[in-house]
Design a binder for this molecule. Sequence first.
Ligand SMILES: [Zn+2]
Length: 139
Amino acid sequence: MSNDEHKRQVLRALEKYLLKDPSRTNISGVSELGLVEMTRKRTQESLEHILCETCCTCNGRGSLKTAETVCYEIFRDIIRESRQFESTRFMVLVSPEVGDRIIDEESTTVAELEEFIGKSIKFQVETSYTQEQFDVVLM
Ligand SMILES: [Zn+2]
């Protein structure tokens, strides 16, 4: 790349090739180190978009609600449903993470909630559930 004619040949070949690229590219020249400087417009169709699908656990957010947050969503649902529907007890299907938290840290809250709504609440772990997934079933 020391020879200027060689540099021009490389740039011409590169320009010709880049004409096939649907994304707009600008070649600004060759640096002192012999590196071709160019900018390429970002397009919507990124490689990630082409090669990947949205994560079904977090729905593409890249983060999950904590087990604690899910527990409190469940408690709110139970209170709402106990007012709306006639039932004698609740069965809640939860992920293993949420099931652990219910046993380890929320047992007092669950007992208070059972007293408050006057109905019993049972939890059942579903190993196939993702951390955020749960179902409140009226029995
Ligand atoms: Zn994810």
